[in-house]
Ligand binder design. Structure first.
Ligand code: 9MR
Length: 355
């Protein structure tokens, strides 16, 4: 018998759905052709039980109503672009600033969006009191546990997946020489996953990285670590493939590479998709970028345990790309004026199972 694919998240409760239908029937007697919710990214994603997400900055969330309306219309998941990083949450030791992170979580709850938590253990964006504190290994272990207990605990039940460990590897597959790696050794990864699981047993726990989309030395090393963690019973549930691509360079081995992780029983997600093009962006490059958005999203959604695709921003206005890669930009699905680019159509066709 044909069975529907298991949904990765719960649909609206029946009563809520019925109420919405009832309200819609009264307040919106006619649907504008082409504007039904089913034709948005989140409409397609909801229909197949997956997430379509965007990284959200606190500035646009609080000051740009065009941004917010696209965000809420098109995306059923959000990731804090910076607000849940350690330097943002605990700028001085023991003094927490939850305001921006809380704002995003509350926004998500109000707009039926899930939250991906990003990120608990990273070499970067550490507060200076921590980075320069000359702490012993045992002190660092205690500080890390407290950070995870406090942060995951605060959002228990509200974050469906956490990027527990971010960017732990070098390109050649060796472990990156971070504060954590250097002082605590690779065991910090298993510990972080165990602590996060204890703080929120329902959250899916991820290792997230870039340049692991292809089958290469870095993804091989991660694959070996993932197998080892699973064999040891460590609560690792997923792998996040950041997917910061250059136009025309979506790796040919991406789908097969994601599949080998999925075959271990792990979820796979594209967590930070953007596709940069040389500026000024030509029509030909934008068309290529559109095809790449479709390919990259299908490379995940076509794999059995793909939980969803997140883009690293909504519009080109706030993207990190031009500030980091000189001469490149236009990496996201919307223009600075919130016009949908060909990239939007590519992404939409990638998410729509019937396209
Ligand atoms: O987009 C983020 C940018 O606003 C920050 O300045 C930057 C600081 O490191 O982090 C960016 O997000 C990164 C993410 O957290 C991890 N993967 C790479 C992303 C782009 O740099």
């Amino acid at each position: 018998m044909h069975r529907r694919r298991r949904r990765l998240f719960r649909p609206l409760p029946l009563a809520t759905a019925a109420a919405l239908v009832a309200v819609a029937a009264v307040a919106v007697p006619q649907l504008t052709p082409g504007a039904s919710a089913a034709t948005t990214l989140r409409g397609y994603a909801d229909g197949r039980g997956v997430r379509i997400g965007a990284a959200v900055g606190d500035t646009p969330l609080t000051s740009d109503s065009s941004y917010v309306s696209v965000l809420d219309r098109e995306f059923n998941s959000v990731t804090a672009e910076n607000a849940m990083k350690w330097d943002a949450l605990e700028p001085s030791r023991g003094t927490y600033n939850w305001a921006a992170a809380d704002r995003l979580v509350n926004h998500a709850v109000a707009h039926d969006q899930g939250v991906r938590g990003h990120t608990l253990v990273w070499y970067s964006q550490l507060p200076s009191w921590l980075k320069n504190g000359n702490f012993s290994a045992s002190q660092l272990n205690t500080l890390l546990k407290k950070h995870i207990d406090t942060t995951v605990g605060r959002y228990r039940g509200k974050v469906y997946a956490w990027d527990v460990v971010n960017e732990a590897f070098n390109e050649d597959g060796s472990m990156r020489g971070s504060l954590w790696q250097t002082e605590l050794g690779t065991g910090y990864i298993a510990n972080a996953l165990r602590w996060a699981h204890a703080a929120d047993p329902a959250a899916k726990l991820y290792i997230n990285d870039y340049n692991i989309e292809a089958d290469n030395a870095k993804s091989d090393a991660l694959y070996a670590l993932a197998r080892q963690l699973l064999a040891q019973g460590v609560p690792l549930h997923g792998i996040g493939f950041q997917s910061h691509f250059v136009v025309g360079q979506v790796p040919a081995s991406m789908k097969a590479n994601l599949k080998r992780f999925s075959d271990l029983g792990l979820e796979v997600s594209v967590t930070e998709l953007d596709i940069r093009v040389p500026l000024p962006a030509s029509a030909a490059e934008l068309a290529r970028q559109s095809a790449d958005y479709k390919l990259a999203s299908e490379n995940c959604l076509g794999v059995k345990r793909c939980a969803g695709v997140t883009v690293w921003g909504v519009s080109d206005t706030y993207s990190w790309v031009p500030g980091t890669f000189a001469g490149y930009g236009a990496a996201l699905p919307y223009t600075e004026h919130y016009a949908a680019k060909p990239a939007y159509t590519g992404l939409s066709n990638g998410v729509n199972p019937k396209a």
